[in-house]
Each structure stands twice: as structure tokens, then as C-alpha cells.
Design a protein around this ligand. Structure first.
Ligand SMILES: [Zn+2]
Ligand SMILES: [Zn+2]
Length: 346
């Protein structure tokens, strides 16, 4: 079969690999859609400390069951499934407290296990043990289902930041994650949602799809001023940074309303994790700053449901579909910010 395999930073090959056969606790799937994201570009360029090459990449996975291992029950060939990316252990102290996103024993598809940029893939017992294989509701395409994984992460972020009814929300970063944040905030009853990006073209592309109440280009205007003006000087109830930029996080703190919440949703580059934070703003305005680290199996289920019910449509966010052989082109399109979501259909 054909796979997209990471060998070393800058060395990702589209090549032949033996088709896997399922062990006793495994489920084998025919991958039908695996979406790409910024993480894939990061892996291509820098590798990842959890990836021992060669490793099939791809973690936003949807497909069809073709074979089940001897000890597996509840799944049969033909079942349409979505696979979680981050796999908690299910048994440690955090997992038992329901905090699966911060499980210290977490492993991931496409990192510790071969991922979805392949014709066939094994879903390991680790996924099945934590209820991480989800049935795709009727009427949902594989491509749409593959977006459940990033939406699950967005859902975790908005749960932690308490996005809700009547909130003015600022989303900084208009990539696929930013677009999902805009859509989910609307679904949760936000009053107004403002979208920010430094890149005018990318901002226009995103705004044309998700229609924020205002689109603010950070390279043309002072973002903090613009948000304060739009909110009658109050600031936003919630600011979400979906950009790997310390400056965005610093601005977020400046434009948040009293008792507002800030989600540092996107991580910063490893070599630049320190920002300048006016801690008196946090103190006097009673701000809450929260992080966000991936998603749990439960978030994936809820994300699939939100997509299926039409609360968070994603079909129009998939702007590019490419065959497996086009994976390297896909990474280029993602890296240049020319797309919202690029889905590989192996
Ligand atoms: Zn991703
Ligand atoms: Zn755990």
C-alpha cells in the first residue's frame, strides 16, 4: 500500500509499505479521509521527540472498518469510523479524575502509532480501551468526520474558557482552528465574534466563510484599539489565541474585559515560550487565563455530534481535497496559509 512516511526533518516520503494485518485487539481500517493541519508541517520541518522514524503521519482520521482482531467486539467490516488522535491511558490519576487531556501517559496516532496518511491503518487497543473509535453518524462524509478531531480540541478550549451565551469573543488567528473557534462560539450563543489575523489574504478567505462580526487585520490596524472600539471600551469577554505568537498572547491580555477569560489555545515555539504579561491587569480586572491541550475521547464524540447536527458545519471549511500522492503539495498549501482545511483522501 502507499503511505506518507516521516524519515527525518525535511525527509517525508510517499512510498510503499506492507499492508498491516490486525493483531488480536486491533481494528484495521481503510482510511477514507485524513485531514492535514499545521502540526503536520511542523513534523515535516522539525520532527517530533515522540516520533521514532520511519512513521506514517496523519492524525485527523476517518475511514471504514475492513477487519477486526480476534478479541475485538462491537465492530464489523463496513462500519464508518472516526479515530481519536490523542490517546489517554485511562487509568492514571488524571484520567480517573476525568482530566484525560492532561494524561501524562498520553500517546498519539501518527506519533507513537502509524497514522492516517495511508490506504490502510491499524487502530490499536489503546484507542479501543478508552472508547476512542467513534461511529460516524449517517449523512456525514468521511472528510467532515475527519474534522471532528480538531473541533474536539477547539471544544476543549472553549469549555475551559467558558465561552457562552452573550459573550463577545475575539479569535486571534484565522487558520482552520480559528475558523472552528468562530463557528463553535456562535453555536454556544456568543453575542459577537471578532476574527483577527496578520495576513490580509488569509483573513479575507476565512472571513468569507465564517462571517465574523468584524475582521481585523493586525498588520493594518492596532488590534487592541480595534477591539476596544468595537466593544465600547469594555474589551472582549473571551479572547482566544489560535496563533503561535507571543505577541498575540500579550495583546489578548490587553483587550480582555473585566472578569474576562483568555485561552492560550495555540502553543508557542519551543525556543520562544516566554511573554511579557502585565500581571496587574490579571489582578485588578480579575482575568482568568487558561491553556488547552488537545482533546479527550468524549470531546471527539461531542464534536462529531455537533458537526452531524449542523451546529458546527465544516464541509465548506474543507477547501482542498488531494489524493495521497499529493500529500507533500498539501503540506505546502497549509504552510503557505492558502487553504482552510486540506483533506487527503488515500
Ligand atoms: Zn491536527
Ligand atoms: Zn492517564
Amino acid at each position: 500500500m502507499r503511505v506518507v512516511r516521516f524519515h527525518a526533518p525535511g525527509d517525508v516520503r510517499i512510498e510503499d509499505a506492507p499492508e498491516p494485518s490486525p493483531g488480536p485487539g486491533d481494528v484495521k481500517i481503510r482510511v477514507r479521509a485524513c485531514s492535514t493541519c499545521g502540526t503536520d508541517v511542523k513534523i515535516l520541518n522539525f520532527g517530533h521527540h515522540h516520533i521514532v522514524p520511519p512513521r506514517v503521519m496523519g492524525h485527523e482520521i476517518a475511514g471504514e472498518v475492513v477487519e477486526v482482531g480476534a478479541d475485538v467486539s462491537g465492530w464489523a467490516p463496513g462500519d464508518r469510523v472516526q479515530v481519536i488522535a490523542a490517546i489517554p491511558c485511562g487509568v492514571c490519576g488524571e484520567c480517573r479524575r476525568g482530566r484525560m487531556t492532561v494524561c501524562p501517559n498520553q500517546v498519539s496516532m501518527g506519533y507513537h502509532f502509524d497514522g492516517g496518511f495511508a490506504e490502510y491503518m491499524i487502530v490499536p487497543p489503546n484507542v479501543l480501551n478508552v472508547d476512542g473509535l467513534n461511529r460516524i453518524p449517517d449523512g456525514l462524509t468521511f472528510a467532515e468526520a475527519s474534522v471532528a478531531e480538531p473541533l474536539a480540541c477547539v471544544l476543549n478550549g472553549q469549555n475551559l474558557a467558558g465561552v457562552g451565551e452573550g459573550d463577545d469573543v475575539v479569535v486571534m488567528g484565522s487558520g482552520p482552528i480559528g475558523c472552528l473557534h468562530v463557528r463553535l462560539a456562535r453555536a454556544r450563543g456568543a453575542a459577537r465574534v471578532f476574527l483577527v489575523d496578520l495576513n490580509r489574504e488569509r483573513l479575507d478567505l476565512a472571513a468569507g466563510l465564517v462571517h465574523p462580526d468584524a475582521a481585523i487585520c493586525g498588520s493594518e490596524t492596532d488590534v487592541v484599539d480595534a477591539v476596544l472600539k468595537l466593544t465600547e471600551g469594555r474589551g472582549a469577554d473571551v479572547v482566544i489565541t489560535a496563533a503561535a505568537a507571543g505577541a498575540a498572547q500579550e495583546q489578548a491580555v490587553q483587550m480582555t474585559a473585566r472578569q474576562g477569560r483568555i485561552s492560550f489555545f495555540g502553543g508557542l515555539p519551543k525556543d520562544k515560550p516566554v511573554i511579557a504579561l502585565d500581571s496587574n491587569l490579571v489582578h485588578y480586572r480579575e482575568l482568568t487565563i487558561v491553556g488547552a491541550n488537545g482533546s479527550s475521547p468524549g470531546h471527539n464524540k461531542e464534536a462529531l455530534r455537533l458537526i452531524a447536527e449542523g451546529a458546527v458545519p465544516v464541509a465548506d471549511l474543507i477547501t482542498h481535497r488531494l489524493p495521497l500522492e499529493g500529500a507533500l503539495d498539501a503540506f505546502g498549501i497549509v504552510a503557505r496559509g492558502e487553504a482552510i482545511k486540506v483533506t487527503i483522501e488515500p
